[in-house]
Design a protein around this ligand. Structure first.
Ligand code: HEC
Length: 401
């Protein structure tokens, strides 16, 4: 089998993805606020506004997975072609880039500050802590202290948005001078250009309709929450369950052995094609089996709810506990309290109600109260929850569609 075209193609595509990730990252940092209280809102804002901001975020999110795949194919064909001992420098530069990309995924994961980001990062830092001798120091360095705090997010943001991109750009420039020929060939082929343009259009359409996930904002009290990492970190997460008696196997032995193997490859005696093929198959096979086992073990976990869906459910619960008494089960304004106290409670199921009101009025009434009978809820519900409540009332009770 001829791996040459796959090798060149994956080099060109990885280069393209890396560039797009840098560009979309710049774009995102324009709208992102790296503070514990604002980070989530700034991402939610992009999501709510839709349009280009939302798209840039989705591109950034999906391309990171894309780069993990294309980079992996690049590394494995690099090895299969037997180039590893011939082009040592290129191999090390590529490895460095790949590790930095993985590090960027590790740090970028926290930035949206939703439930998954927060709890996933707790687990990741927990894994780092189990590295013998230096684990705790390293975790504290990343966290900016013994516990997760405001310092943590700003450290992760600095590493993700400034430090790693800087090193990545320098190493990529060094590597490009070697790989320039293959990048040029890839980029100059009309078929590939057309393919890439089509791919970009698909990414454009795809990321517009399937936006990058966002869950409820991080809630440090909700210890029941089960985070789930991206697919490529999945095995590392779950593997821990099998080696609870010796957590360093997961945090140190495996990554260390893997890294040592990759670094040592150029120094070994040149493998024959058959040997290379076997090693590469084992390499991919182990990873596939571990990921497959994890997916199998996780098959019964409940599906993750996106922000809007989770807010809708939460609004329903809030409605039952805070509003039902007056507004009634189906929003007719006939709750038990409205009857006893003879309140003039509106009927959300009538056309008349919806013709007289609008989102703004509803939000204001829920926040500040109205008349003598409608209490204000600014202490119970935040702005996002009030907006979700309006959406809930509309979708559940309005007969005007
Ligand atoms: C103690 C009774 C009571 C409770 C509890 C209550 N409401 Fe009301 N609500 C009323 C009354 C009475 C009105 C009519 C006020 C008026 O028009 O002067 C009203 C009006 C409204 C309106 C109409 C506002 C407009 O301008 O269109 C909305 C929306 C509303 N309530 C939402 C809620 C929500 C959401 C909750 C729970 C978080 C809630 N209410 C809890 C009594 C209540």
């Amino acid at each position: 089998m001829n791996f040459q075209p796959i090798f060149k193609m994956s080099a060109g595509i990885s280069f393209l993805f890396l560039t797009l990730l840098m560009v979309s990252g710049w774009g995102l940092s324009g709208g992102y606020i790296p503070s514990e209280s604002e980070a989530f809102s700034s991402i939610l804002y992009l999501r709510k506004m839709g349009g280009i901001g939302q798209m840039i975020r989705s591109i950034h999110f999906y391309l990171s997975s894309g780069l993990i795949i294309s980079g992996f194919i690049f590394l494995i064909t690099f090895y299969l072609l037997g180039y590893v001992s011939l082009y040592k420098k290129q191999w090390y530069f590529s490895l460095a880039i790949y590790f930095l990309v993985i590090g960027s995924c590790f740090t970028g994961y926290l930035l949206p500050m939703d439930q998954n980001a927060f709890w996933g990062t707790q687990i990741r830092l927990g894994i780092v802590e189990t590295i013998p001798f230096i684990g705790l120091t390293l975790a504290n360095l990343l966290r900016g202290g013994l516990t997760f705090g405001s310092e943590t997010l700003s450290r992760f943001f600095t590493i993700h948005g400034s430090l790693f991109p800087l090193i990545l750009s320098i190493i990529s420039l060094l590597l490009i001078q070697y790989q320039w020929e293959s990048i040029k060939t890839v980029l100059s082929k009309v078929s590939i250009l057309i393919g890439t343009s089509l791919g970009m259009v698909l990414i454009y359409i795809g990321t517009y309709s399937i936006s990058a996930p966002l869950e409820l904002p991080a809630n440090p009290i909700d210890v029941e929450y089960i985070p789930r990492p991206e697919w490529y970190f999945l095995w590392l997460f779950e593997f821990g369950k099998y080696v609870e008696w010796a957590p360093w196997i997961r945090s140190t032995l495996l990554p260390f052995a893997g890294t040592l193997f990759l670094i040592g490859l150029p120094l070994l005696k040149q493998h024959s094609l058959k040997q290379r093929f076997t090693i590469a198959t084992v390499w991919c096979g182990v990873w596939l089996i571990l990921t497959g086992l994890t997916l199998y073990a996780d098959r019964n976990l409940p599906n993750k709810l996106d922000y809007e869906a989770a807010m809708f459910i939460q609004a329903g619960e809030n409605y039952t506990s805070l509003c039902y008494d007056c507004h009634g089960t189906v929003g007719k304004g006939d709750g038990p309290q409205s009857k006893t106290f003879d309140l003039e409670t509106p009927d959300f199921t009538t056309e008349k109600y919806w013709l007289e009101t609008d989102d703004f009025k509803m939000i204001k009434t829920i926040r500040d109260g109205k008349g003598k009978d409608m209490p204000d809820f600014k202490k119970n519900l935040n702005t996002h929850q009030i907006e979700a409540m309006v959406d809930y009332i509309k979708r559940s009770f309005s007969t005007l569609k």
